[in-house]
Design a protein around this ligand. Structure first.
Ligand SMILES: [Zn+2]
Length: 320
């Protein structure tokens, strides 16, 4: 986030805090028995940060995550996404989720969350487990690093393409650039062995589709393949039922939700802003995307004020 936007964001949050807006949002969320589900992707240490090809909107520094987890563990009730939904109105509740199954979720996020006894869920793509740089947006960023092109715009456009057209476009991009700048192994995914160890340590492991294809651009047969095979493989490899899903890129439709229900999923998370309440469609549960830029203040450190604005104010406002 640019520094003036960051300052504006901070001023807005401070103004709301001053008039009691954040307190009201938390009180209403608690009274409604809602759960605010945080969506994170990557937690990187200072050696990994300059090397990654991930866009800033999915990255958080380990130090920031450490402070965030300490803050939520101290003040709120952190619940699991696979627990039955109870109407607890005594606490402000949050749940922590990680998308994609990046290696850093096990190596950086787990030790931090574990030290505060904070549970979390990781949404994994079985077709991309244990690979070095399996996600195409990171490849596109790597290809455009030397030419300094607008990778974010290119990725947004490619997300609308069917898989085969997208791969052709990426191959063409590769042929027209001076080669991909590699991340030096820091954009890899968790192995099955790491996932089994995480399961044994109490991490909930759920599906994010087999190959992270955006379901709304696929034919029905392709949607079925992504949601059924990911469930089957996760259940076989981890020896436990898989009933929870997160939509890749957050995209879903009535047709996609029908396929999910038929495959036996009971809950699915989107990236639409809001809080999870007893009125939420269980196959369209909203989340709040959380990354370095929307929880750190103008001094670059974790800001409880901005965290509460991003998480509680925005989720409550979305439901009003
Ligand atoms: Zn994802």
């Amino acid at each position: 986030m640019s520094s003036w936007r960051c300052l504006l964001h901070w001023l807005r949050a401070a103004g709301l805090w001053g008039i009691g807006g954040l307190w009201i949002a938390k009180r209403q969320l608690r009274r409604n028995g809602s759960i605010v589900v945080l969506a994170l992707h990557r937690v990187l240490n200072d050696a990994e940060l300059p090397r990654t090809n991930s866009l800033p909107g999915i990255v958080m520094r380990r130090e920031t995550f450490d402070r965030l987890v300490a803050y939520i563990a101290d003040r709120f009730r952190v619940v699991r996404t696979d627990d039955s939904f109870s109407g607890d109105r005594a606490h402000v509740r949050v749940a922590l989720t990680f998308d994609d199954g990046w290696r850093d979720t096990g190596e950086n996020a787990l030790p931090v969350a574990g030290s505060h006894a904070v549970p979390f869920t990781v949404f994994v793509c079985p077709g991309l487990v244990g690979k070095n740089s399996p996600f195409w947006p990171e490849r596109v960023v790597g290809m455009m690093k030397r030419t300094k092109g607008d990778a974010e715009a290119a990725i947004a456009k490619l997300k609308l393409c069917r898989p085969r057209d997208r791969e052709l476009a990426i191959a063409e991009l590769g042929a027209n650039t001076e080669g991909e700048v590699e991340s030096g192994g820091c954009d890899g995914t968790l192995s099955w062995q790491q996932l089994s160890l995480m399961r044994d340590r109490g991490v909930s492991i759920a599906s994010h589709g087999c190959n992270h294809e955006i379901l709304t651009v696929l034919e029905e047969r392709g949607v079925e393949e992504e949601v059924q095979s990911s469930k089957r493989i996760l259940e076989e490899r981890l020896n436990q039922p898989c009933r929870v899903f997160a939509y890749p890129n957050g995209n879903h439709s009535p047709q996609v939700r029908r396929v999910l229900a038929a495959a036996g999923y009971e809950r699915a998370f989107t990236t639409e802003r809001g809080a999870w309440s007893r009125f939420s469609d269980p196959l369209a549960i909203p989340r709040i995307n959380v990354y370095e830029g929307n929880v750190t203040g103008p001094n670059g450190r974790f800001s409880p004020l901005l965290f509460e604005y991003t998480v509680f104010w925005r989720s409550w406002r979305a439901g009003c």
